[in-house]
Design a protein around this ligand. Structure first.
Ligand SMILES: *[C@@H]1O[C@H](CO)[C@@H](O)[C@H](O)[C@H]1NC(C)=O
Ligand SMILES: CC(=O)N[C@H]1CO[C@H](CO)[C@@H](O)[C@@H]1O
Length: 221
């Protein structure tokens, strides 16, 4: 009786241990989540066609689009830079622009890290312009317009809050999952012409659950 109970306890404990360690084990390459960020139900998001949903990646073909970008922001972290850049872009859509145009909020906000001189990285933060404002983007002295031609983008989604480390890790995982695919040759060829990777933030900082972020690697076919 005693022994039986002990064995039961032990096996229960063991199965718990296994369950816990399973839950904590890092997923090798999480299959592409293919989640439509909830933000896109309320805000305009850039449009694309899905070319392939692969294991650990998606290939999208984005329609031409117009983005508004900050100058490179020197900051200690991507989180900090995205916050600073977002504040500027948010005031831009609230009429802080030369034509005093008010624009709707959109998603995502994208951040691109480039090596800095006095700091490790500088970050360019960009805002997707509503379709309605793309023809004639309101200008502002410290922002610049970035038109995108229709472009292929390799994508990996991940959750939680974006950190520089998470972005690096997820970008590396994306590249690993693309190895040996028909896309990898074109991505390799596009290096230097396109930025290494962009990080797309879909959720406001106060949203603590169901966060969806993406690593974007634009390339030419
Ligand atoms: C914002 O979006 C709504 C709904 O699409 C539209 O009716 C409105 O005109 C837009 N506002 C601006 C300032 O563009
Ligand atoms: C940065 C910038 O160009 N801001 C301008 C936006 O529009 C307002 C209103 O015209 C100007 O006062 C700002 O200088």
């Amino acid at each position: 009786m005693e022994t039986g109970l002990t064995i039961l306890k032990l096996s229960l404990c063991l199965s718990l241990v296994v369950a816990v360690s399973c839950a904590k084990a890092p997923a090798p390459w999480n299959p592409s989540m293919g989640i439509r960020p909830g933000t896109c139900d309320h805000y305009e998001c850039p449009t694309y066609n899905l070319a392939e949903a692969g294991y650990g990646y998606e290939i999208r073909v984005y329609d031409s689009a117009v983005w508004m970008s900050t100058a490179p922001i020197p900051a200690p972290s991507m989180t900090q830079a995205t916050k600073t850049g977002f504040q500027r872009l948010f005031s831009y859509i609230q009429e802080d622009n030369k034509s005093k145009t008010k624009m709707n909020m959109t998603a995502p906000v994208i951040t691109q890290a480039t090596p800095g001189k006095s700091v490790l990285y500088m970050y360019t933060v960009s805002f997707y312009l509503p379709k309605k404002n793309q023809q004639n983007p309101p200008l502002a002295d410290d922002l610049h317009v970035q038109p995108w031609k229709p472009t292929h983008v390799a994508v990996r989604q991940f959750g939680g809050y974006v950190t520089d480390d998470a972005a690096k890790k997820e970008a590396a995982a994306l590249m690993a999952s693309l190895k040996g695919t028909e896309w990898s040759v074109s991505i390799e060829k596009s290096k230097g012409k396109s930025p290494d990777y962009l990080v797309a933030d879909y959720n406001p900082p106060f949203q603590t659950t169901d966060r969806v972020n993406e690593i974007l690697v634009p390339f030419n076919m």
